[in-house]
Write a protein that binds this ligand. Structure first.
Ligand SMILES: CC(C)(COP(=O)(O)OP(=O)(O)OC[C@H]1O[C@@H](n2cnc3c(N)ncnc32)[C@H](O)[C@@H]1OP(=O)(O)O)[C@@H](O)C(=O)NCCC(=O)NCCS
Length: 182
């Protein structure tokens, strides 16, 4: 089977419901559902937040642009927080998570971000391996970080990827030589 083309683009209002359902089913399962559609819409509209989606083009018009992955990243001055990232189970291990992550990391670099931080469930071994493969390293385990409405608690693992040294970014260039020097 020929793989279908995948497009990564900025999330739009119409993507909010699919993003919210993926967050509920693949990220927040068992912890209560915080990223429902209204919250995702706020993230899409927020100027300090980047929401990207991966879509697969389909044969029929109905299947065109099926959402198969998404990433949401919040930008601070020098730190960015990767809030959510997921790929549908049917499309995992095809490099889509990597492409989505590279896409938001490139935006972070352009925005002058020095480091990207994230938390994941301590039990989420697949994501931990993914982020390690993507150059993140573990910083701290936070017991009881996640709490469900039913009082269930789960530890979080914090991970970090450094994009550049913190502090003002020096900018060096060589002015053009004068006519006499040429
Ligand atoms: C984590 C997740 C986003 C990875 O997406 P993906 O598209 O399957 O990842 P990729 O195909 O880009 O994987 C890139 C590399 O990461 C590593 N990796 C990814 N999934 C892995 C797994 N389950 N086990 C071990 N390594 C894994 C591998 O090195 C992989 O390269 P390879 O396939 O050539 O060996 C996906 O598993 C997912 O959506 N999980 C549920 C949601 C979640 O846990 N999100 C993170 C917390 S917010």
């Amino acid at each position: 089977m020929t793989p279908r083309a995948i497009t990564i683009r900025l999330a739009e209002h119409r993507d909010a419901q699919a993003i919210a359902m993926m967050s509920r089913d693949f990220i927040e399962a068992g912890l209560g559902w915080k990223y429902d559609a209204p919250r995702v819409i706020r993230a899409i509209r927020d100027r300090e937040t980047l929401a990207a989606v991966a879509c697969e083009s389909g044969k029929s018009a109905a299947a065109r642009g099926t959402l198969i992955g998404f990433a949401i990243m919040e930008f601070g001055e020098e730190r960015a927080h990767l809030v959510l990232l997921a790929v549908r189970p049917s499309h995992r291990r095809l490099g889509i998570g990597q492409k989505l992550l590279e896409w938001v990391l490139q935006s972070a670099r352009v925005a002058g971000i020095a480091s990207v931080h994230l938390e994941l469930r301590a039990s989420n071994d697949a994501a931990r391996r993914f982020y390690r493969a993507m150059g993140f390293y573990e910083t701290v385990l936070v017991p009881g970080y996640y709490r469900s409405g039913e009082g269930r608690k789960e530890g979080a693992l914090r991970m970090l990827r450094v994009l550049r040294q913190p502090g003002p970014v020096p900018y060096t260039w060589r002015p053009p030589r004068s006519e006499e020097d040429r």
